[in-house]
Design a protein around this ligand. Sequence first.
Ligand SMILES: C[S@@+](CC[C@H](N)C(=O)[O-])C[C@H]1O[C@@H](n2cnc3c(N)ncnc32)[C@H](O)[C@@H]1O
Length: 285
Amino acid sequence: VAYRYLLGDSRREATRLRAQARLWDPTSRALFDRLGIRRGSRILEIGPGRGSLNLELRRRAGGPVDVVEPSAVFRARLARVWRGDGRGRGRVFETGLAEAPLPRDHYDLVFARWVFLFLPDPLSHLRKVARALRPGGILALQEYHRDTLGLVPRAPEWSDFLAADLAFFRSQGGDASLGSRLPRLLEKAGLDPVEVHPTVMVGHPRSAVWNWLTAYFTSVMPRLANYPPFDARKARSLLRRWREAEAERSSLLIAPAVLDVVARRPSRRRRRAARGPGRPRRPRG
Ligand SMILES: C[S@@+](CC[C@H](N)C(=O)[O-])C[C@H]1O[C@@H](n2cnc3c(N)ncnc32)[C@H](O)[C@@H]1O
């Protein structure tokens, strides 16, 4: 499948990712607390970007963490921060997930935040990751359920804007709202459910939440204008209303819900039990 990562690794995008991480890393750390990561765990992080959570995973494991990261810019930054914590260099897969030669039956934990929403055919990617887990190993993903996204007061262009937001991801085979589809996809990939945990952030103008959402959507607005019925005129009008809303302190931005979706690869014994004892042999003769 022809696939191009939509957001790139420009300096502006790296700055946006840093502010986004500051806002959201506590939610990921709370997830890591619930997972109870042990020292010495074998961990793979897919798409670590600037790597704030990669450092956190390394700290909890007390050693290196493998990564899949296709961006050379982000890999160079990771190499720098790894030198800082002295925990060594994990295995680095310098490709997209589809091309990475992952080991089989190996990882205690595979983690990714905001990566699978970009990928075409998420089920085949999930099957690949499931094979890389050891029996009993955990897959933990953080992805959006887009439907809570709202501006209050609502602008007349809003529903066309929401459709364009989804169409933009779909243009490369992705699904911006993948989070709520994950439980079913993980089941199809042969994993057992562990938890689905939501976080919905809400903010008034000038809050960190308001600024995070506004920075992202103003940066992609010219590209969203390519997805009808949204267009350049509606994009300009929406940005004007967005700025007007920003001048009223009671206005609100409601973020897409982030779902922590966790699943486990069944242990070998459980898988045999699930298959059943097998057909009784027919007596010969
Ligand atoms: C939106 S950023 C999220 C970064 C980081 N996980 C975070 O939460 O801050 C998406 C990341 O996925 C990486 N990525 C893009 N395409 C990928 C692919 N096919 N396989 C693995 N990672 C990919 C990007 O280079 C980037 O690091």
